[in-house]
Design a protein around this ligand. Structure first.
Ligand code: ADP
Length: 289
């Protein structure tokens, strides 16, 4: 200003000198928070993407093992049917009684094939929530006995001792007969598949507090306590060297439990004293009319 007003000076001072510094501090803090927030968002999205990728990979692996396992499982009964039918066709077995046994075994193997295929079909129906039941009043003790007797020929032929007891008397339930048959067959089939040196299957029907219980007991390899909570999950198979050699889809128990629950009951597992497993199929008794 010296040219216009010699010796004059102008000075400007901030009204509040602390305000600028505190504004700068809060801007710095805000920027810091924004950057940290961005990092958190980037890290979280990365984790989500990684997790999705990982579960997609697990699912893809499960699908391929599932296809391999199912194909393996279907092969076993097919091989038996082929062997027995060839023997009969070539007339290699003159004994009529034996011929009848072979035919019985072929029927039983065909039922096994049907059950395996039904497991896969029902699983996809249940997934889509499309499984329907046609329920009627039936005696589940009688049904269980028929299922066991149907399997007896094949089981005994394979060296199993088979026992059935009905301590319940009349055991009327409101249920879908085919679905119950399938659930029971899945349990029986496991008792057979996971057997060890002592081959035995015992089925007992009993009744308490308005519930019918069907115990399927075996003397097989049993289930380690750490695995017991997981065996009812879809596709889950206990990772043991023996299980790895036994073909299976990992669907049998999850379907059986779903059927039991859809009928107001459940399936429970408990280890058996002196080795083996007990699977308990529980159903509510139908109200008397
Ligand atoms: P899958 O038999 O086709 O593998 P499941 O759903 O029927 O499938 O059974 C799941 C797993 O539970 C089996 O792979 C097996 O490891 C175990 N398991 C089921 N039943 C028995 C049993 N009776 N004894 C021992 N292990 C069993």
């Amino acid at each position: 200003m010296s040219e216009i007003l010699p010796r004059w000076e102008a000075a400007a001072y901030p009204a509040d000198p602390g305000a600028l510094a505190s504004q700068a501090r809060s801007t710095r803090l805000l920027m810091g928070l924004l950057i940290a927030g961005m990092f958190v968002v980037i890290a979280a999205s990365g984790m989500v993407i990684l997790n999705t990728l990982r579960s997609e990979m697990v699912l893809a692996r499960q699908k391929t093992t599932f296809v391999t396992n199912v194909s393996h499982e279907l092969k076993t009964p097919l091989t038996s049917i082929r062997m027995f039918s060839e023997m009969l066709k070539e007339g290699r077995q003159p004994d009529v009684e034996k011929q009848r046994t072979y035919l019985g075994l072929m029927v039983s193997e065909t039922e096994r094939l049907t059950r395996l295929i039904n497991n896969v079909l029902d699983f996809s129906k249940m997934e889509k929530g499309k499984r329907t039941y046609s329920k009627s009043r039936l005696d589940v003790g009688v049904l269980a006995e028929a299922v066991v007797e149907n399997e007896r020929v094949r089981l005994e032929h394979d060296g199993f001792s088979v026992a059935f007891t009905n301590a319940a008397g009349p055991s009327v339930v409101e249920a879908d007969e085919e679905a119950l048959r399938q659930a029971l067959l899945n349990l029986l089939s496991n008792a057979e598949k996971y057997s060890a040196a002592s081959k035995s299957v015992e089925v007992e029907v009993w009744k308490t507090d308005g519930f019918i219980r069907i115990d399927v007991r075996d003397r097989g390899i049993g289930i380690p306590p750490s695995e017991a909570g997981k065996i009812f999950k879809e596709f889950y198979r206990v990772d043991q060297s023996l299980t790895a050699r036994v073909p299976g889809s990992g669907l049998g128990l999850s379907i059986a439990r779903r059927i039991a629950r859809d009928h107001g009951g459940d399936i429970e597992y408990r280890p058996r004293d002196a080795g083996g497993s007990v699977f308990r199929f529980i159903l509510p008794e139908a109200k008397p009319r």
